[in-house]
Design a protein around this ligand. Sequence first.
Ligand code: BMA
Length: 389
Amino acid sequence: MVLIMKKTSLLFLCIFFLAACDRSEESGLKEVSLPIDKNATEETKALFHNLKELAKTNVLYGHQDDLAYGYSWWAEPGRSDVKETTGSYPAVYGWDLGDIRQEDKTTNLDNIEWENMKGWIKEGYSRGGIITISWHMNHPVTDGNTWDRTPAVAAIIPGGEQHEKFKTWLDTFADFTQDLIGEEGELIPVIFRPYHEHTGSWFWWGEEQTSVEEYIILWRFTVEYLRDEKGVHNLLWAYSPDNQAGREFENYMKKYPGDEYVDILGMDDYGSMDQRDPAEFSDELAWLVEEANKRGKIAALSETGVESIPNPSWWTGQVLPAFESNPKAKGVAYILTWRNANKERENRDHFYASHPDHASAPNMKEFRDTDLIMFEDELPDLYTIKNSN
Ligand code: BMA
């Protein structure tokens, strides 16, 4: 009898609880998701929240260096291979700060003038686009380039002999980000993706050159120095191991700096988009989405592509199924394909988005026309929180 009564009251309690939940849904209030920086600017908080919401229904398309140059043009205002191929600019603009240091060099490692880059960042943002910045950072000990594999991390973390010098590089980075100002005087939010592809060994912060402890200390120091000492509050932090076309999830998390230090679980992967069974890769993306959701983070395919797109139906034949084969993979927030190097200047076919004369151009347009994939002209306002359904 006592048991029956207990069961009945439990039932009533459940009904009451469900009704209460219903009412909060009716009122249209939604929980706001917050980034790791509790003092992030309003626009940065809004971007985190809105991107997380948008990821439930769409995958945004992004392209590296999109406004700076294309396969057959260089620094011409308004131009974009992506827009000329599909009718819209990309929703996400990738830029890289490689070669930014305490010196007079006026361009990045791919010859983009810093001041022009700032202009293009402002332009993309003013149209509602998302800005993400990677950093092929020079070697802080030898002053060589980012591909100098001499170990360096122990020397630049606190206590290391190059620590003070390294901080001046971060200062330059801070200055750059604080000079990104929107039309209302607000700081432009940036998805910052430092020390990327560290599961490979091609950069000085790579797997063979850096211990787990060193990598985590470097990451956390960078967050704390920029956020707490330099007062940089327009960043979302993206962690982006290289997936190396395998189910190496343990590897993915091996040097994870922790949920307090990361907003976006990114993944860089070139190999998987090159003739690998998209269904397999889709399962890996699904894993990434689940992992991100579990931690209150956002999942992103932060760098990918196949050089010169030899398969004319690559966009709908390889990329789309990577998101659709496993329906959970649709929860990836965005994909960023790498840059379209200028053919004349670099004398090579090093492009990762279609350009209008390429055989894959109609297929990229088809990809853009699907309901799942979103380009810039379809974006909702990402920089204010509506807090309603
Ligand atoms: C690589 C290549 C290089 C380039 C570097 C940084 O993948 O595109 O040519 O310098 O990225 O953008």
